[in-house]
Write a protein that binds this ligand. Structure first.
Ligand code: 3H9
Length: 707
């Protein structure tokens, strides 16, 4: 095997007979960084100038073909050659170029394959143009070549959804020409390329493909996608740019379309949404790198126990059953156990009713579910999650039983939302096995899992928490012990900021509308109505005795709860929900209650603009986020970001509250807080970390390096 062309170590061309095999070897995912682009361009140049080369085969080393452009390069000064130039060189090559795809061929990776003349995929292949998820559009010909190859309708669907398609579907769409058996893309690609050479197959350029020949159908697909996108894209920038780029494929010659695609791509690159979405992409990978996951291996995690069959316990049981684990549920008596089992079954019955699960599949899942009223049934399980009533004495009693029956090495987890896990751990003989696993409701749906790390826990127990998250397809965030951990602690503060604004003159409907306009699916008062006002009411009563008498306390929520208005489940809360409606209507009686409370508190109401509402709401969130990082409850600002993206509906295109703070500028956030403090210095206390960063001229991003 002779090396026949200049080689960078990331792109290795080698001669195999009359083929030039170009292997991209840029771990972990063969991203198209500048050296890969240079290597690819050089390899095509070498193939052109070597008369002995009859065809070129492009393959990826490792687990993927190419996962796309190197996302880390976005926002930096572009280095030549650009990816569109590399793709043009591939397409213009005078000798047939074949792409043999295994694993991911995504974004720029698929665009390289589309620029090749022939494409083959093995069954592991995943093809897609997921740029939309990063606030971008395919910027190396994807919006021009994909519609020509597979038609406007299929291309629009692929690009706007960003979804990955498997090899079989790629074949039926026409994205690839051939489906090979097995996993060896190189062998399959060699055989295919040799066959093409033997048959003297011509170069076949995607730019000349006829997928848009039916102009009327293409136009109809474009208009349908435009209408659908305008309705659905909720503040996102790149989807409408995708429509514009594909429109150019329909209406302009190829080269002109490429220019338009480039302009639109650069607009997306410059948008703050791109920065926010790419921050989210890396942040959700960084959270996996907690110190304990680097220091220790997880313990075995095959079987699980759940204590408590209420909403949370049953939801956690479903999450575990869905991951294929056998689950044993403990309840205090047969009646409660039957209720717990019914709570689990209800979820699957819902799926069966909607046709998303067969009764046989449900039976197979439920066969892994077992229940008992005796703790001894947990003697052999690898992990137990306690999800009983939020009372420290009740929890300690459960942990005493677990201490008695569980095998050595069993991970003992509590799903408490705010209780002191150190205290629970200290109450048993094996504190090193105790960890917090804070699921969010509904636990089988919500992606966030706070892994709460008490002082005495062993590193391998924490690592097991992360492993469980992976098994359950959840996003884990490491949190320290405090009231509310990361998420609920910060929520409590910005929720108060919202209450203050309500008493000062903004209606709950104004506040919800401003929060929705910012990009949240719901405002805080809608969330309260959905969750049930009684839960917060009970917490407020519990904390009443320890509340700082100097702190402002808005009583509107208490007045509403005193009337038995707990939100959707009672058909009224902050909103009215006539006949079980899901969307609430403003309630004049609630406005009257707020007015009365303003009078009682001696507040003269004033107007709040949408901008001021969001400045206060976000300043409260960011300031407490900074406190949480300062006190090491969250390891880095990005852990706060991921918590809010996955547990609290924070708009992903803004990257999370801390990323948003950097976007606004920390000096501005601090100035806002200092201004608000003039009215209420007890509530608005600048976080020491925020002050320090502003003094140093630094931002939250500077604290995001992995530990
Ligand atoms: C694009 O292509 C634009 C073009 O249209 C136009 C250009 C002009 N770059 O996810 P994993 C890292 S936009 C840099 O854990 P998996 C990732 O951060 C791009 N780095 O593995 C992680 O690093 P670390 C369109 C990347 O097996 C490591 O690789 N493409 C990139 O679970 C492993 O990643 C996409 O949007 C990248 N493109 O999943 C695809 N991709 O170990 C994005 C990954 O330090 N990628 N990394 O934490 C993915 O969807 C998944 O990574 C993939 C593998 C499915 C490929």
């Amino acid at each position: 095997m002779a090396v026949a062309a200049p080689s960078t170590s990331l792109v290795n061309p080698s001669r195999q007979g009359d083929l030039l095999v170009v292997t991209i070897d840029n771990p972990p995912v063969n991203a198209l960084g500048v050296d890969v682009r240079r290597g690819l361009a050089a390899a095509i140049g070498a193939a052109e100038s070597d008369a002995g080369v009859k065809a070129v085969l492009i393959v990826g080393a490792g687990r993927n073909f190419i996962a796309g452009a190197d996302i880390r390069e976005f926002g930096q000064t572009p280095q030549p050659p650009s990816l569109p130039e590399v793709c043009a060189a591939i397409e213009n090559c005078s000798k047939p170029v074949v792409a043999a795809i295994h694993g991911a061929a995504l974004g720029g990776g698929l665009e390289v394959a589309l620029a090749a003349h022939y494409r083959l995929a093995v069954p592991s292949a995943k093809l897609g143009l997921p740029e939309v998820a990063l606030g971008l559009l395919p910027g190396s010909g994807g919006t021009q070549r994909a519609p020509r190859l597979i038609g406007a309708k299929a291309a629009l669907e692929l690009i706007l959804s960003g979804r990955h398609v498997g090899a079989k579907e790629a074949l039926s769409l026409g994205l690839v020409d051939r489906l090979a058996e097995g996993s060896d893309a190189l062998a399959a690609g060699l055989a295919y390329a040799e066959k093409l050479v033997a048959a003297k197959a011509p170069v076949r350029r995607t730019r000349d493909a006829q997928g848009l020949a039916d102009a009327e159908a293409s136009r109809a697909a474009l208009e349908a996608a435009r209408a659908d996108t305008a309705r659905k894209s909720r503040g996102l920038f790149s989807p409408m740019k995708i429509i514009e780029a594909v429109e150019a494929a329909l209406t302009k010659p190829f080269d002109e379309g490429m220019k338009i695609e480039r302009q639109l791509f650069l607009q997306c690159i410059d948008s703050p949404q791109r920065a926010g979405l790419i921050h989210a992409f890396f942040a959700e990978r960084e959270v996996l790198k907690a110190p304990e996951t680097k220091a220790a291996k997880p313990r075995p995690l095959d079987t699980a126990g759940i204590v408590g069959g209420g909403t949370m316990g049953a939801g956690i049981a479903v999450a575990m059953l869905d991951a294929g684990m056998p689950v044993t549920m403990i309840e205090r008596d047969e009646t409660q156990l039957a209720r717990g089992r019914a709570n689990v079954e209800k979820v699957y019955d819902g799926l069966v009713k909607k046709g998303r699960m067969t009764p046989e599949a449900k039976a197979a899942v439920m066969a892994r579910f077992d229940g008992s009223t005796r703790y001894d049934a947990l003697a052999k399980v690898d992990i137990v999650v306690e999800a009983v009533f939020e009372d420290i004495e009740v929890k300690k009693a459960v942990f005493a039983e677990l201490d008695r029956v569980c095998k050595p090495g069993c991970v003992l987890a509590t799903n408490t939302s705010y209780l002191d896990i150190d205290q629970i751990a200290a109450s048993i003989s094996r504190p090193g096995d105790v960890v917090g696993l804070h699921f969010f409701s509904p636990a089988n749906i919500m992606k966030l899992l706070e892994i709460v790390v008490p002082a005495k826990v062993s590193a391998d127990v924490v690592a097991t928490g992360f492993e469980l998250a992976k098994k359950l397809k959840k996003v884990p965030v490491r949190a320290g012990v405090c009231d509310g951990f990361i998420g609920n602690r910060i929520l409590a503060v910005y929720r108060q900021a919202a209450d203050h604004m309500m008493e000062d003159g903004a209606s709950p409907y104004d506040i919800d509308a401003a929060v929705r306009a910012f990009g949240y699916p719901m405002g805080p008062f809608q969330v309260s109505d959905l969750a049930g006002g009684d839960i917060g009411w009970a917490t407020r009563k519990r904390k009443a005795a320890t509340r700082d008498p100097k702190a402002r306390y808005v009583q509107v929520a208490d007045r509403i709860c005193e009337r038995g208005w707990f939100g959707q489940k009672t058909q009224r809360g902050y909103y009215l929900y006539p006949e079980g409606a899901r969307t609430g209507q403003p309630d004049p009686e609630v406005l009257a209650i707020i007015d009365a409370e303003r009078q009682r508190a001696g507040v003269t109401p004033r107007k709040f603009s949408e901008d001021e509402i969001m400045r206060r709401y976000m300043a409260a969130m960011i300031n407490e986020g900074a406190n949480v990082v300062h006190q090491r409850i969250a390891l880095r600002p990005l852990d706060v970001d991921v918590t809010f993206l996955y547990g609290y509906g924070f708009p992903r295109f803004r990257g999370g509250p801390m990323k948003y703070a950097d976007t606004v500028g920390l000096p501005k956030v601090l100035a806002d807080i200092r201004e608000f403090a003039k009215e209420d210095p007890v509530f608005w206390k600048p976080s020491p970390l925020l002050v320090e960063l502003v003094e140093r001229g630094a931002d939250f991003a500077s604290l995001n390096q992995s530990e």
